[in-house]
Design a protein around this ligand. Structure first.
Ligand code: FE2
Ligand code: FE2
Length: 495
């Protein structure tokens, strides 16, 4: 228990657990130490990050990553120093046995940050931070190299296991894994040092406590980091992928065609993101929300038109194009209103890039020939920008492919392949894929992936073999001209 007393020299922090008092001078010393160590460590991380970014551009992609990593780092270092002061450096007034029992408790902030880095950051970028944090931890333990080994072993396992965490319960799994590895490492080192079994058991116990505390604290502060740094963690995305989100519920009621289209785009985008190493869950959730702007005027979009007259029949092409283009801005406004993650807002904004509203542009061109009105291509283009991430580009392609495949007559595998190939080539030549970091190899993989899935969707059902007796009877009766009809009649009712 800690209390603060104020006297004429300033304030005094009292640790009632050990009876130690820390005056203002001591506290300033700790702050200077922390500030110096933080700056030193962050300079090291910055230099390494520049080096890694040069050879692997997906790591430390923006300075925002550095800021996020540095925030977790400084928080952990403050906790580490506080625990070190109260437990490691305070043994003079602490009962000797108690000091030995609690010796490994200050390893807990590293366990916590391993889980945070795994969930919030690119795994390589996070690993650089955690290695340097383990080194700082070793400095605080007076350069005990064993502490570095124990730390690095457990956090490596922790960062790996938490990186794919999709539910908040997975954080507990990661924490327990860190605790278990720490317990084994600490206990085996204690055995090697010939400690009494009570101490060995308590040391192993502190390992488990560290892992559990790490998971517990991570679960508490993760939403703060998600909010402050707008990080689309898999945990948050999975919550958003719940089809009960108010916007998706509105979409299913007011624009069922768009809802169905978004689900298929989601499946296409998720599979393509998986094969090119992008974020599959972000691609799926981004696809679910990409057309929410159509909620404003759902009846003006072909997928929501019920057979009959189109709303555009009575409009001039420029007005139709304006309505179609406005669904992007309306989508962005709605996404911001419902506080969707920034990455999803970006996907909505970029899902048509600066593409041309081809149908109405061609219609306007025809109208132009009959009148004097001059049209420009720019008037019929979306405002953009072109996709800036792999996920946004994949959704742009999946969206176009899904919409075009609906109009495909007799969709054989080769026709589907040609369609997908043409759409990807057109978007590439129209400079829509210039800023998204997808390579030509990635585009080939995406083409195969889309073709495979669409072929599955449009597959033709094989004809069921006819019942033998029925076939014999039919042959006897000479009704071979009815074969097709009977094949359908013999098809089982349940599918
Ligand atoms: Fe759209
Ligand atoms: Fe769409």
């Amino acid at each position: 228990m800690l209390t603060i007393e104020v006297n004429k020299d300033g304030f005094v922090l009292i640790n009632h657990f050990t009876g130690t008092k820390y005056n203002t001078h001591d506290i300033w010393q700790y702050i200077y130490f922390l500030a110096g160590l933080s700056v030193f460590a962050l300079v090291i991380i910055y230099i390494i990050s520049r080096f890694i970014r040069y050879y692997s551009p997906s790591c430390f992609r923006t300075n925002f990553d550095l800021l996020l990593g540095a925030s977790i780092f400084i928080l952990s270092l403050i906790l580490l120093k506080a625990l070190a002061v109260f437990i490691i450096h305070d043994t003079s007034s602490l009962q000797e046995q108690r000091a030995i029992y609690l010796y490994y408790i200050p390893l807990f902030p590293c366990a916590m940050s391993a889980i945070l880095y795994g969930v919030l950051m690119n795994v390589v970028s996070g690993y650089i931070f955690i290695i340097v944090l383990c080194l700082c931890q070793t400095i605080l333990y007076g350069g005990d190299f064993v502490i570095f080994l124990i730390g690095i072993t457990s956090v490596t396992a922790g960062i790996m296991s938490s990186h794919n965490a999709r539910r908040r319960t997975h954080l507990i799994r990661s924490g327990l894994l860190i605790g278990f590895i720490q317990a084994i490492a600490i206990a085996s080192y204690s055995i090697a040092n010939g400690f009494q079994w009570q101490i060995i058991v308590s040391h192993a116990g502190t390992g488990i406590i560290n892992g559990s505390l790490g998971a517990f604290f991570t679960a508490g502060i993760l939403p703060i980091f998600e909010y402050l740094f707008k990080v689309p963690t898999d945990i948050r995305l999975l919550e958003l992928s719940d089809l009960n989100h108010p916007l998706l519920k509105k979409l299913v009621m007011d624009a069922p065609g768009t809802y169905h289209h978004s689900l298929i785009v989601g499946n296409l985008a998720e599979s393509a993101a998986e094969v090119v190493g992008a974020k599959p869950l972000l691609a799926r959730v981004g696809a679910y929300f990409h057309d929410i702007g159509k909620l404003k005027k759902p009846e003006y979009f072909s997928e929501n038109e019920w057979r009959g007259k189109s709303r555009h029949d009575d409009l001039i092409p420029s007005m139709s194009s304006l309505i179609i283009i406005s669904h992007v801005k309306d989508g962005v406004d709605l996404a911001r209103k419902y506080r969707l993650n920034k990455n999803i807002v970006d996907i909505i904004e970029q899902h048509h890039g600066t593409g041309l509203v081809y149908f109405f542009y061609k219609r306007a061109e025809q109208a132009q020939q009959e009148s004097d009105i001059k049209i420009t291509e720019e008037e019929y283009r979306y405002p953009g920008p072109a996709p800036q991430s792999k996920e946004a580009a994949i959704i742009l392609l999946a969206d176009a492919v899904e919409a075009a495949s609906r109009a495909l007559e007799n969709p054989t595998p080769s026709r589907i392949r040609n369609l997908v190939s043409n759409i990807i080539n057109n978007r590439f030549l129209d400079s829509q894929l210039d800023d998204c970091q997808l390579t030509i190899t990635d585009l080939a993989k995406i083409k195969d992936c889309f073709t495979y899935i669409l072929t599955g969707i449009f597959h033709t059902r094989p004809k069921y073999p006819k019942d033998e007796t029925a076939a014999n009877n039919e042959q006897q009766n000479g009704h071979q001209n009815k074969q097709q009809t009977e094949t359908i009649q013999n098809t089982p009712q349940t599918d």
